[in-house]
Design a protein around this ligand. Sequence first.
Ligand SMILES: *Cc1c(COP(=O)(O)O)cnc(C)c1O
Length: 366
Amino acid sequence: MKVPYINLGLQHQKDKQRILTKVSELLDSGMFILGDEVKQFEERFATLCGTKYAVGVANGTDALVLALQSLGIGKGDEVITAPNSYLASGSSIALCGATPVFADVREDYNIDPVQVRKKITDKTKAIIPVHLTGRPAPMDEINMIAKEFNLHVVEDAAQAVGAQYKNKAVGCLSDVACFSLHPLKNLSAIGDAGIMTTNNKEIYEWLLKARSHGMKSRDECEFWSMNSRLDAVQAAILNIKIGNIKEWTERRRGIAAKYVQELGHLVHVPKEQAFEKSVYHTFIIMTAHRDALQKHLHEHGVDSKIHYPIAIHQQDAAQQLKSSHDAFPETEKQITQILSLPVYPELTDEQVNHVCAQVKSFFKSI
Ligand SMILES: *Cc1c(COP(=O)(O)O)cnc(C)c1O
């Protein structure tokens, strides 16, 4: 039996005809950038997150850059984030001219408020907690620190659409939240796309201009800015796919629950707390036998991945940062032990059982 890590072809099977019809209509209409489909998607996405506003952009990285810029963050400022995240959590800070500062994470892969506190200086302007793996970061603690030191908070919710923290959706727990709609994310376009959410009207209105050259009307530019708009065709496809998100999330959670039950005595598995609802963008296990386990799984048809094999502070691009040379013992320990098992809605029960059986057979063999 084969268990690929992801199967995007299968994901679109059910909606394929609707998508093709929609694309055909758009071709005829000539409406390719922004427009009604984007507006409709922004409204639906804001509703999903429980925010007043959402602004669609070209990708999740631009969303982070624009979110930081909307808060006035730039040259000379420091922004604290997690080193074990996807590299864009750090690069977006550098791209807006500020300095990334890393704070180590907890055993649940999310940023550790105790470590955040230690990294605050008089240059610190914001914190970017990442809801890594689709599990909410400790937002109450982060927001409390932000309040105490007068800092902004930007959620990097790229992996966490639909996740909940204390009965609230992620995306409404900070000044601005950023989502990626990249093909590998839980809700995805068929190319690059991203979106930001906020409850702040002023920020919302600034972001609308900032994603489109800083223009306040068809001909008038108020400030220099990038071109990072959401394409109508991507929004149209997202408007169709967003209808599946609750069902997809439940399926991911069901698979995760099965892995926890079957494998929890053999490897470290995520343990969800009562106040959180993870959406399992990835299902990461930890074991000291990671490399041998990955090889065994591969030989028995099961694809797995490592998210991520190189921490942001270890990247060549980060070597000139002072913060890159701090100690991150938890992140560096995790890097040697983490393994992401396939966890997507289209997996069959037989495939999930096969993954469990192969992990078990590995541990019997050693
Ligand atoms: C995917 C991702 C991003 C970047 O999003 P893109 O759409 O690929 O630009 C940022 N942060 C995290 C945590 C991500 O997983």
